[in-house]
Design a protein around this ligand. Structure first.
Ligand code: KG4
Ligand code: ZN
Length: 346
């Protein structure tokens, strides 16, 4: 079965083709991606209306590019999948509308996919795919969650952020440091030359036994530190503050992930979502997990941030698992807010 996946929940338009044969490992046949980062840069963040309009412009040429990479024609597609939520309503509607229009023209079924399920399953396209069950650390711009994943569609929420997401903490701190959008990679770059212990920043909820996160206090502490540095901080001071901020976020994510593994009695960890691209997070998790005999799985670096491959993959794996939620009437809705733990959708 060949699945076309369309991602348009935020500022990336992604289209990809994934194939599954029986119970075999899913294979990525072709993919194309356009990032709107340059367009939103001038505004310091994503402008939803601009995002929607750009998705409209990009999605069909990207579909053609993905098909051509795969050496396939539209008629070869068996199922059209799209991101149903969560995300920006207008942006989601573009992907959903195009997916359902295409499916109607081809007389194929459609399947609306949960964006976080896409992130969560994305390591299954890597050279070292995980086995169920595992603990997943989902760290993106809008979400920070620890889940126990028992199988496709069987997700148990273990803990989540009570305020800002980890990606948001990166983005907001980066803004305070005068860095551009998206802040995560920019802050990580600045941090490369800084000392992670130069500033004493809070590790909120670190010593609580539960698995929830809180990053809003960290942002306030970074704001206070920036004010103390005055209007003309040196490059060294900025790099030190960036490195200290990154260290605080990473320490909380690593410690809570280990606690989740312990509490769940599992020895496999999957890290997914944009912040999963962070090299310091990867290095710290690898070291901490190696000490405990825990295996860590990541998606390929380019599949950490939003893309169409993870949407096609999640749809393919849902079909493989017999979770038949595809529909043939070509009607659709989007769910800008949608809980993954509430994944028993129809
Ligand atoms: O998963 P994603 O592409 O989009 C959402 O679904 O939110 O994640 C985007 C988030 C942004 O907050 C971005 O700053 C962060 O991931 N991010 C990073 C890195 N690359 C992306 N944060 C830290 N270090 C990175 N290398
Ligand atoms: Zn995402």
């Amino acid at each position: 079965m060949k699945v076309l996946g369309i991602e348009s929940s935020c500022d990336e338009t992604g289209v990809a083709l994934v194939e599954v044969l029986g119970a075999g490992v899913p294979r990525l046949l072709g993919e194309a991606l356009h990032s709107q980062v340059r367009m939103h840069e001038a505004y310091g963040g994503v402008v939803p209306e601009l995002a929607s309009r750009d998705h409209v412009r990009r999605v069909l040429p990207l579909a053609e590019a993905a098909l051509s990479e795969a050496g396939l024609a539209l008629a070869d597609i068996d199922l059209v999948a799209f991101t149903r939520g969560p995300g920006l309503a207008g942006a989601l509607l573009v992907g959903a509308g195009v997916a359902c229009g295409l499916a109607a023209a081809l007389n194929r079924p459609t399947l609306g996919v949960h964006h976080l399920e896409g992130h969560l399953l994305s390591p299954f396209l890597s050279a070292d795919p995980p086995e169920f069950p595992f603990v997943a650390l989902l760290v993106s711009g809008g979400h920070t969650q620890l889940m126990r994943v028992n199988g496709v569609g069987r997700y148990e929420l273990l803990g989540e952020t009570i305020d800002d997401a980890a990606g948001e903490a990166f983005d907001k701190s980066a803004k305070l440091l005068g860095l551009g959008y998206p802040g995560g990679p920019a802050l990580a770059r600045l941090a490369e030359t800084g000392r992670p212990d130069a500033f004493e920043l809070p590790r909120p909820l670190l010593h609580q036994p539960h698995l929830d996160f809180s990053f809003a206090g960290l942002k306030t502490a970074v704001m206070t530190a920036v004010k103390k540095l005055g209007p003309h901080p040196t490059d060294i001071q900025r790099a030190d503050l960036a490195a200290s901020t990154q260290a605080a976020i990473v320490e909380v994510l690593v410690r809570k992930s280990l606690r989740a593994l312990e509490q769940a009695g599992l020895e496999r960890l999957v890290v997914a979502g944009g912040v999963g691209a962070n090299t310091v997070l990867r290095a710290s998790l690898n070291a901490a997990c190696a000490r405990r005999g825990v295996r860590v799985h990541y998606p390929e670096l380019r599949l950490c941030t939003d893309n169409g491959a993870m949407i096609a993959l999640a749809a393919a794996m849902r079909c493989q698992a017999g979770l038949a939620t595809s529909r043939r009437d070509h009607r659709f809705d989007v769910r800008p807010r949608w809980d993954l733990a509430d994944a028993g959708w129809g």
